[in-house]
Design a protein around this ligand. Sequence first.
Ligand SMILES: *Cc1c(COP(=O)(O)O)cnc(C)c1O
Length: 364
Amino acid sequence: MNNSFIDSLTCDFVRDLTPYESARRLFSGGNDWLNANESPFSNEYSLNTERFNRYPDCQPESVLRAYAKYAGLSKEQVLVSRGADEGIELLIRGFCNPGKDSILICPPTYGMYAISAQTFNVSVQKAPLNSDFSLDLAALEAIANSDNLPKLVFLCSPNNPTGTLIAQEQINAVLALFAGKSLVVVDEAYIEFSPQYNQTALLADNPHLVLLRTLSKAFALAGIRCGFTLASQDIIKVLLKVIAPYPVSDPVAQIAHQALSEKGVDLMQQQVSTIRFEQVWMKQALANMQGMEFQGSDKANFLLYRCQDKDALMQHLVQNGVLIRDQSKQILLGDCLRITIGSREENQRLLALIQQFFQEGQAA
Ligand SMILES: *Cc1c(COP(=O)(O)O)cnc(C)c1O
């Protein structure tokens, strides 16, 4: 059996895909993981094994209720899935006809919207951000008035990797432009770092609004794969048609329930404060560094810099066991590296290596 046989069987649109270069796939070594916007904290949970012989509920009630309470919504407006990434996939599978429909993204932004669309043969329209990372409303308006309407418009606020919020007037404008035309999906994966800017209040008056949330970032649970889609009951019903029968395992449901308890939310908020404090420290420490120019904003748990000798700097960091994320392939982000805020020790090691790199560079 040779490769060309398997190639000939593979879906046309899958053959040419390259898998998402997750931080995990890119590097397997290293000590300091500052490349995937994970939390530096790891918290304790207890497990009850009594029901592990049974299939779990598709949508565990206790988790739905806990998240609905946390978000200030009803549980009919909440879907729980294997991370926000599965929420993205379910939206594409539920609303986009393969080979016919499109989604709209505003790069530079999170890579999975486009990749998920491509794996289902759904095309991707782009309205790149302005140079200040605000939305290009004129471009969005042209698409909203074209005969090639996207089914889904993905916005990300705070945006990964620019750390910028989308101004409320701009979100309102996009909702108005696409009302009755497309779903507007606002990815709030980082909303706990800037909670006052959440869009849940708009769900009531915007039946075409969808929000994405996750336990992977502020809740420090990237390892359990748990995310949420918040939307009208009608939209949630469509997603429930395409979701797997048992997407959320019982251990995941138990841990998510504990993380969303009052105690769990308090702990998350304390840890967010610590990370925000560290972020200010890191940003100040890098403010006077020759060769590192801060980009975008600091509304999430990472910082973005345009770096001199970006490749050599990355190599210096990797060789010393510190991993950060190269974002330079994205539009507007030439030479840009993204730094996740870690523990004080991790941040200090990173800072020392950056200082060493530029001092040695100057001496040479
Ligand atoms: C990390 C991230 C996600 C994915 O979250 P998971 O719940 O871990 O799948 C979604 N959107 C953005 C913008 C992210 O940065």
